[in-house]
Design a protein around this ligand. Structure first.
Ligand SMILES: Cc1ncc(C[n+]2csc(CCOP(=O)(O)OP(=O)(O)O)c2C)c(N)n1
Ligand SMILES: CC(=O)[C@@H](O)[C@H](O)COP(=O)(O)O
Ligand SMILES: [Mg+2]
Length: 641
């Protein structure tokens, strides 16, 4: 790492020779494989942008110039070159974020890891530079996958309208999102890729000719004219140029000299310009290059030599869903599936293998996915749209005004619901049970274990006149939690052991094991608790109010924002029923949560059995007049395993 460790900031790159730059790229790749194999992370995407990032930071002057990353998962090299080389705690509490972070560096801008937003940011920053008469440059890096998102085209439409507003857009075209990028855009990028000869010639030729005295410039102009003619002859006018954007490319995204030449030209252009770079996800690391599924898009801890996982992952929520979807697909020919460029991560790969004609990858286009689902349902099918909970946020209006308003039988399966932790604030699935509360007719289920995933998915796909939602957590599925009896549509998980029970504990989804632990801790304080799992949390079950009336206090516990979540809905249902029982709702505070493990985040926000048991003890004690405040309540020791 002789060179890499000497890079404390982008300007340290300026003095490196071409040979040293190639050595630096090799050192960066060695570093990435060594570091990310230990922590897990987005190894493939970052191996693909080594030369591109080096060239960007040599041509542009960050942080005066803004280097922006779409999604941000490919910003590890950017971090290495901007003074952050301790990756030992990547994505861990107190360590580097897996995405840009303004708290980490002045070189970082966009922290949102939701795709397709970078061009909007760039448009705004470029306008600000124009109004403030600043000569700073704005360069936005967007992947071919992120370019399939509608927001990117809304931004391009605006950017193309301002012919004299400088803005450099780098399309990082590695032909993949996780899997190969789909759609007409991907096909168009492919046609542009096939006419690379003249661009490389131009990129090299211009520099050589510019250094040639006297004849150089006129000769270049002649060649440039020839290139233009050649390009029109070889390749149809690209859509970017049809939009009015200057297009430079395609450029070999692993040739630093060619990249610098193209970026320098783009920087001087004085208007919006696209630099189309061809890169290879997983470049330089054979285990990633051999991985046809997703080129090591996001890996856990792996053996650096083989790329094989260090620990086998057990049964997870996604796998349970994946298996049940295949079973459902066999039973019902009307069931089709939708993914937004995440077929394997959301567990639809097995369904796709069994029913290739009944699965649709819409690209990173959740809004389109939801509207297309309304069309599919109206056309007589039952679509199951599997998507990470946090990514459905952007399709809220489509769920509301296309699916629900038209009473379409569409099932949304929300994976990674609740606190996910290590991917930072924008990846926690903490808003779905709040925003979806306001959708008329929508029914929302939160299964507590594998059996309930199967059961509630089956109940969901039976609903033909409204949207249904089944939401579950990330990772290993919890232990089976049997029901003792059913009350209305709700499962009683624990009886209070008293005919005048103190607490009705409403346990939402995967938090059932924790809620049973809370009840045990309360038991030790002489507080009797009924634990109930509503299963379908929207609408609130009609049996909730009469059940609550038989208790002294109601407690709700959910892995969702406290604001407008299940607790709020239950409180409203009790008020509407005239049931005057105090209710205390526990959930995620309305904050953006820093990256850490799920357990660390849950502890930080007090969503643990001891924390909740202590507060409920205080609440009940106040009802008994024994303690003035919950702070006076006795400490509650966590249950010993
Ligand atoms: C709105 C949204 N949907 C889905 C994702 C999940 N996701 C993260 S990276 C990625 C693929 C991005 O592909 P591309 O933009 O080509 O970048 P690459 O990984 O190829 O560098 C996806 C689908 C996301 N971050 N945001
Ligand atoms: C950047 C992005 O959105 C995805 O790659 C995400 O990081 C994957 O998350 P999981 O690891 O939970 O599948
Ligand atoms: Mg890509």
């Amino acid at each position: 790492m002789a060179l890499l460790t000497r890079i404390k900031g982008p300007r340290d790159l300026d003095r490196l020779s071409p040979e040293q730059l190639d050595q630096l790229a090799a050192e960066v790749r060695t570093f990435l494989v060594d570091a990310v194999s230990k922590t897990g992370g987005h190894l493939g995407p970052n191996l693909g942008v080594v030369e591109l990032t080096i060239a960007l930071h040599r041509v542009f002057d960050s942080p005066k110039d803004k280097v922006l990353w779409d999604t941000g998962h490919q910003s590890y090299v950017h971090k290495l070159l901007t003074g952050r080389q301790d990756f030992s705690k990547l994505k861990m509490k107190g360590g580097l974020s897996g995405y840009p972070s303004q708290a980490e560096s002045e070189h970082d801008v966009i922290e949102n890891s939701h795709a397709s937003t970078v061009l909007g940011w760039a448009d705004g920053l470029a306008k600000a530079n124009e109004v403030l008469k600043k000569d700073d440059h704005v360069v936005a890096v967007i992947g071919d996958g992120a370019l399939t998102g509608g927001m990117a085209w809304e931004a391009l439409n605006n950017i193309a309208a301002a012919k004299d507003r400088p803005l450099v857009i780098v399309v990082n075209d590695n032909e993949r999102s996780y899997a190969p990028t789909i759609g007409g855009l991907a096909n168009h990028l492919a046609t542009l890729r096939t006419t690379d000869g003249y661009e490389r010639f131009l990129a090299r030729g211009k520099d050589i000719l510019e250094r040639t005295p006297v004849v150089g410039k006129p000769l270049y102009e002649t060649l440039h004219g020839a290139k233009k003619g050649l390009k029109d002859f070889i390749a149809p006018q690209g859509m970017f140029e049809d939009l009015g954007l200057k297009y430079v490319g395609p450029i070999d995204g692993h040739d630093i000299e060619a990249l610098e030449s193209a970026l320098t030209r783009a920087k001087r252009f004085g208007g919006p310009v696209i630099v189309h770079c061809i890169t290879q996800k997983g470049r330089g690391y054979q285990p990633a290059l051999s991985d046809e599924a997703d080129r090591f898009h996001a890996v856990g801890k792996i053996h650096p030599d083989t790329g094989l996982p260090i620990s086998a992952s057990g049964a997870d929520w996604t796998g349970v869903f994946a298996e049940e979807m295949v079973a459902l697909g066999k039973e019902r020919e009307d069931i089709v599936a939708i993914t937004a460029a995440m077929l394997q991560p959301v567990g639809l790969d097995r369904f796709a293998k069994a029913f290739p004609e009944r699965v649709y990858d819409v690209g990173i286009a959740e809004q389109h996915g939801a509207v297309s689902a309304a069309g599919l349902a109206t056309g007589g099918l039952h679509p199951v749209f599997a998507v990470y909970a946090t990514f459905l946020n952007r399709a809220f209006d489509q769920v509301l005004m296309d699916v629900a308003l038209h009473k379409c039988g569409v099932t949304f399966v929300l994976d990674r619901a609740g606190v996910t932790g290590t991917d930072g604030a924008s990846h926690n699935g903490m808003w779905d049970m709040s925003i979806l509360q306001v959708v008329p007719g929508l029914r929302l289920a939160a299964p507590r274990d594998a059996d309930q995933v199967r059961a509630q998915l089956r109940e969901a796909v039976e609903v033909t006149d409204a949207p249904t939602v089944v939401r579950f957590s990330k990772g290993a599925v919890g232990p089976a939690v049997p029901a003792l009896r059913r009350v209305g549509g709700m499962d009683v998980l624990r009886e209070p052991g008293s005919d005048k029970p103190d607490v009705l504990l409403v346990s939402v989804g995967a938090l059932a094991p924790m809620c049973l632990e809370i009840a045990d801790l309360l038991d030790k304080q002489g507080i009797s608790t009924t634990v109930v799992d509503p299963r379908w949390v929207k609408p609130v079950d009609e049996a909730m109010a009469p059940l609550a009336e038989r208790h002294r206090v109601v407690v709700t516990v959910e892995d969702n924002s406290r604001v407008g979540g299940v607790g709020s809905a239950v409180a409203q249902a009790l008020r509407d029923a005239g049931v005057d029982v105090p209710l205390r709702d526990f959930g995620i505070p309305p904050q953006f949560l820093d990256h850490a493990s799920r357990a660390e985040v849950m502890a930080e926000i007090g969503l643990t059995a001891p924390d909740i048991a202590r507060q409920v003890t205080g609440l009940v004690s106040r009802l008994d007049g024994r303690y003035e405040t919950s702070a006076a309540a006795p400490a509650v020791e966590p249950a010993r395993d």
